[in-house]
Ligand binder design. Structure first.
Ligand code: AMP
Length: 196
């Protein structure tokens, strides 16, 4: 089972990923974490990534797609399934994901969209900034990230709806209730007769 966890910054993708890994044994790929790891290790890629992340902007598609291809090759080859967290964020990335999976004889099964109102996203990110010191969780960068999300990433919702892959989840609830709603949807996959 290959799934995308989709949603605005602060929508709970990381939190729900952790719970899904536990339940389904899926491999987790968070492109944000991959980039933050490069920044921490001060690699060349880390320097480039930092210049975009600090501005709340997306890493250019061609670079980001090459990074994902590389991670898939190194980490996910023999895995039964992957949760993509934070990828795709643009239409070209969505098309590339399809190709990257197809060339490995795999496919994308569902895109789980965690839907949370903007004001809640802002409050959560500000709190996360306080709790973790994450550099881009400051008020100015949060505004830019939300803007980027609405302009460049949210069109993916329609893109995946057209493919019948988008599953909307109310992400403005208690963590365990959100998780329960996700697992209910995922458990329908592979059983198309019971799918709404
Ligand atoms: P995240 O941890 O998913 O919130 O990502 C943090 C930051 O990393 C984003 O604001 C982007 O600057 C960058 N980033 C992560 N994933 C992607 C992606 N798929 N495409 C472009 N930039 C990304």
């Amino acid at each position: 089972m290959n799934i995308v966890l989709f949603g605005g910054p602060g929508s709970g993708k990381g939190t729900q990923s952790e719970k899904l890994i536990d339940k389904y044994g899926l491999h987790h790929i968070s492109t944000g974490e991959v980039l933050r790891d490069h920044i921490k290790r001060e690699t060349e890629l880390g320097k480039i990534a930092k210049s975009y992340i600090d501005e709340g902007q997306l890493i250019p598609d061609d670079l980001m797609i090459r990074i994902l291809d590389d991670v898939l090759e190194k980490e996910a080859k023999d895995k039964p399934g992957v949760i993509f967290d934070g990828f795709p964020r643009t239409i070209p990335q969505a098309e590339a994901l399809n190709e990257l999976l197809n060339k490995r004889g795999k496919e994308l099964h569902a895109v789980v969209g965690l839907e949370v109102p903007d004001e809640k996203l802002v409050a959560r990110m500000i709190q996360r900034g306080k709790d973790t010191g994450r550099a881009d969780d400051n008020e100015e960068t949060i505004k830019k990230r939300l803007h980027v999300y609405h302009n460049q990433t949210s069109p993916l919702k329609e893109h995946y709806k057209k493919q019948n892959k988008y599953v909307a989840i109310d992400g403005d609830r208690e963590i365990n209730n959100i998780f329960e709603a996700i697992t209910k949807e995922l458990d329908k996959i592979g059983k198309p007769d019971v799918r709404d």
